[in-house]
Design a protein around this ligand. Structure first.
Ligand code: MN3
Length: 248
């Protein structure tokens, strides 16, 4: 490793979910609510360990891997995932796993809310009905997909363009490890973390119970906001567009 690399400086102010151009260090965003805010569905201790230990370690490891590479330090997590082949081989696996871990957890925290749950509304609700037949069928398919993830991974609702049309299509997909659907050209709208660290303290081996309870904390406002502000183009650097501003 090049020990003469310039000192990494923190962003001048504020904490962002993922750095945009010009920022030199990835930062752990604060949880948008208290650790206990999602009780009883997700317990406070799980939230604390998940955010303060697991997510924090992805951020630390990402920064450590990028430290000697000034040019890469200014890149966003979506950029790093989409351009992973241009990342030096000796840090490629670390960057892939930890940029994905950082990005996915940013989306995960924002996709839940203490006053979450219930039914989606507006255009995303109509799109879900059109694609899956009904909200109940969508939920069933999402939980089935999440239950089938072998080992550690994620289950997502994504939007992608139907080949040859401008019509967006909703799909349920799963990703292994910390992969993100944007690596296959889809735009994530909502996500559940099915790594054991997300549920094991409370639900032990009962992942299906966790998947079922998780619907009580889904932040439909955020999913709907992402759907209405989505940008499926992958020919642009998605740094600033990917993590759309928080809904008010
Ligand atoms: Mn996790």
């Amino acid at each position: 490793m090049d020990q003469k690399a310039p000192k990494v400086e923190s962003a001048p102010s504020g904490r962002k979910a993922s750095p945009g151009a010009g920022q030199l260090k990835h930062e752990l965003p604060p949880l948008p609510y208290a650790y206990a805010a999602l009780e009883p569905h997700i317990d406070a201790r799980t939230m604390m360990l998940h955010h303060d230990k697991h997510h924090a370690s992805y951020v630390d490891k990402l920064n450590a891997a990028l430290e000697p590479y000034a040019e890469l330090r200014r890149r966003s997590t979506p950029w790093l995932l989409l351009n992973i082949e241009s990342v030096p081989e000796q840090i490629r696996t670390a960057v892939h796993n930890n940029a994905g871990g950082h990005l996915n957890h940013c989306l995960f925290w924002r996709g839940m809310a203490p006053d979450g749950g219930g039914l989606p509304s507006g255009v995303i609700a109509a799109a879900i009905d059109a694609e899956f037949g009904s909200f109940e069928q969508f939920k069933t398919q999402f939980d089935e997909a999440g239950g089938k993830v072998f080992g550690s991974g994620w289950v997502w609702l994504v939007s992608s363009l139907k080949a040859g049309t401008r019509k967006p299509r909703l799909e349920i997909v799963t990703t292994p490890g910390h992969d993100n659907p944007l690596q296959k050209g889809s735009y994530p709208l909502m996500v559940n973390d099915v790594w054991e660290h997300a549920y094991y303290l409370k639900y032990e081996n009962r992942r299906p119970d966790y998947l079922k309870k998780w619907w009580s904390v889904v932040n439909w406002k955020e999913a709907s906001h992402r759907f209405e502000n989505r940008d499926e183009s992958t020919d642009l650097e998605p740094a600033d567009g990917f993590l759309v501003p928080l809904s008010k």
